[in-house]
Ligand binder design. Structure first.
Ligand code: IMP
Ligand code: MG
Length: 181
């Protein structure tokens, strides 16, 4: 039994992901040429994307991890965001780039952006591998978007369902029967 058997289809192959990440890395390297780039990898979903993205950069850069929990009623993400694991360094004067796996409702990321902006970075932008605009509840646009995706539950390349499937090298659509029961 392989994790791939739980996919109804592959949305993005390894090759397609590689191209998307390389293009993003090129754009970011150009935009941050004379800046003080500091990448914040939002755990856990973006650990693989952030690792690949950083290796496609051609400029100096530093990074740290941040973990946030959002909670409200039930399992749905809400506007209440708490930082569980914070970045170690001060962000003052840095050109901060928040790296996310997927922008969905936008609730978590918009709160996170507000919290981090209070630390006086020189600039603060968002880079997301995937953007699912159909699910947006809080108006928020990422500055760098890998690709826009349809309203399906996606797994792989860091994205999980109940903590599984993160190891898949492609981004797949999870079979409905797996998450609807
Ligand atoms: P939101 O934008 O506050 O709703 O939270 C986005 C987070 O929800 C992401 O960082 C993912 O962890 C998770 N998420 C949203 N859509 C998916 C999906 O299709 N597959 C896996 N995780 C998802
Ligand atoms: Mg996540």
């Amino acid at each position: 039994m392989s994790a791939r058997d739980d996919l109804s289809g592959v949305l993005l192959s390894e090759e397609q992901i590689n191209k998307i990440v390389k293009d993003l890395g090129k754009r970011i390297s150009e935009d941050y040429q004379d800046k003080n780039l500091f990448v914040i990898c939002v755990l856990k979903g973006s650990f693989i994307f952030a690792a690949d993205l950083m290796r496609s950069l051609t400029i100096p850069c530093r990074m740290d991890f941040l973990a946030a929990s959002s909670y409200g009623s039930g399992s749905k993400s809400s506007g209440n965001v708490r930082i569980i694991k914070d970045v170690a360094a001060s962000l003052e004067g840095l050109d901060v780039l928040i790296v996310e796996d997927i922008l969905d409702s936008g609730n978590t990321l918009s709160r996170l952006k507000k919290l981090l902006s209070e630390r006086h970075p020189a600039s603060l932008r968002i880079c997301t591998m995937l953007d699912k605009p159909a699910r947006r509840e809080t108006p928020l646009e990422a500055d760098y978007v890998g690709t826009v995706v349809p309203d399906e539950f996606l797994v792989g390349y860091g994205l999980d369902y109940n903590e599984y499937y993160r190891e898949l090298p492609m981004i797949g659509i999870l079979k409905r029967e797996i998450y609807s029961n």
